[in-house]
Design a protein around this ligand. Structure first.
Ligand SMILES: [Zn+2]
Ligand SMILES: [Zn+2]
Length: 363
């Protein structure tokens, strides 16, 4: 089968011919129909050799929609042929976090930066991922039915959607109808978080993004106000809250500039969700943040977040902005993502994989 693989640290990923993985007991083999492209794929491609703890070569991609092509021994055969979205942050299923339904925080799982051996890694983040004709899923508990959803809509819900839903859930208790919530970064995740906030709360949403075109269209994502200027955002929040400050801030960027924006807009008792992989630290102390502030570093979403966002999309209350591309255009699509040219999410349609054959034959 074809798989888009990173061969070495900081190398250029390529489509390669690899064997279809064997299906063991309890497994499901998913024929991939659509795979989403995420900023964290770029983070993986950029890891220098001394920080690359994922074994290579590895198939990229952690946002997968598809149909179940084969199931292993012990799996309910009713899964066969089912349209599914694949929950990505695989864990052990057995630790306290997993048993609490928060497998995204499994103590035996590894993040991009974890160096430990024997950690459970997600697809495209340590084991072969979704940018391939087939994805091997180690347990059917990671499958969520995606009936009546187009594959290019379902795929980005597995990370962009579930992660945005999870971030909103971390702050929602602070949001009454007098509150203001600030969404920083209206990209693949932020444009969904803004819509989830609108669907699940009566808060006033202020969106901030450096891309002016995105700001102009922010109302489509549910934002009440939007700006590309951080000072303007701080003034707006001050005005809207009579100086109290925002009750929630969701940062999908996490660079030094957005960290400063959090400090400029957050009010007392604010809840802050740090989601982006920008790497800026938020230091906390009595003198540095408003009292009562709670900050959470989130990782992905839980299986109930995935089910929740699927439900909101099915109900028409959240509408992902998606551009679909053919497999042959993946490299170009990643370049556009890197240059900040993508609005919403880019999804690769694996049904167009035959074109790679023709390209290979011609080459
Ligand atoms: Zn991602
Ligand atoms: Zn676990």
């Amino acid at each position: 089968m074809w798989a888009y693989q990173l061969g070495e640290p900081q190398g250029v990923p390529q489509w390669r011919r690899v064997p279809v993985p064997p299906v063991g007991p309890g497994h499901a083999l998913v024929r991939v129909t659509a795979a989403g492209l995420c900023h964290s794929d770029l983070t993986i491609m950029d890891l220098p050799p001394d920080r690359m703890h994922l074994s290579l070569p590895m198939t990229l991609g952690h946002e997968c929609a598809g149909t179940v092509a084969r199931v292993g021994e012990g799996v309910d055969p009713a899964w066969h042929g089912a349209p599914v979205a694949v929950f990505g942050p695989w864990g052990c299923g057995d630790c306290r976090a997993c048993r609490a339904g928060e497998e995204n925080y499994c103590v035996r799982s590894g993040t991009l930066y974890s160096s430990g051996k024997n950690l459970i890694r997600p697809p495209g983040g340590g084991v072969d991922g979704a940018l391939a004709e087939y994805l091997l899923v180690p347990d059917v508990r990671h499958l969520v039915r995606a009936d009546n959803l187009a594959p290019h809509v379902a795929a980005p819900l597995t990370d962009a959607g579930a992660t945005a839903h999870h971030a909103v859930k971390q702050v929602i208790a602070a949001l009454d109808d007098e509150s203001v919530a600030v969404v920083i970064g209206l990209g693949g995740l932020g444009h969904l978080a803004s819509q989830v906030l609108r669907a699940l709360s009566r808060t006033t949403i202020v969106a901030v993004d450096t891309n002016r075109h995105v700001v102009e269209r922010a109302q489509d994502s549910g934002a009440h106000y939007a700006t590309s200027d951080a000072d303007e955002a701080a003034r707006l929040v001050h005005e809207l809250t009579g100086g109290e400050g925002a009750s929630a801030v969701l940062d999908f960027v996490c660079l030094p500039g957005t960290r400063d924006l959090i400090l400029a807009v957050a009010g007392r008792r604010a809840r802050v969700a740090l989601v982006g992989l920008g790497g800026a630290d938020l230091s906390m102390g009595f003198a540095t943040v408003p009292s009562g502030l709670t900050a959470t570093v989130t990782r992905w979403g839980s299986i109930s977040d995935l089910a929740g966002i699927i439900e909101l999309v099915r109900a028409g209350r959240v509408e992902p902005q998606v551009s679909a591309v053919a497999p042959a255009l993946v490299e170009q699509a990643y370049a556009e993502l890197r240059n900040g040219k993508v609005e919403g999410r880019t999804v690769v349609l694996m049904s167009d994989v035959a074109a790679l054959e023709e390209g290979a034959a011609a080459g």
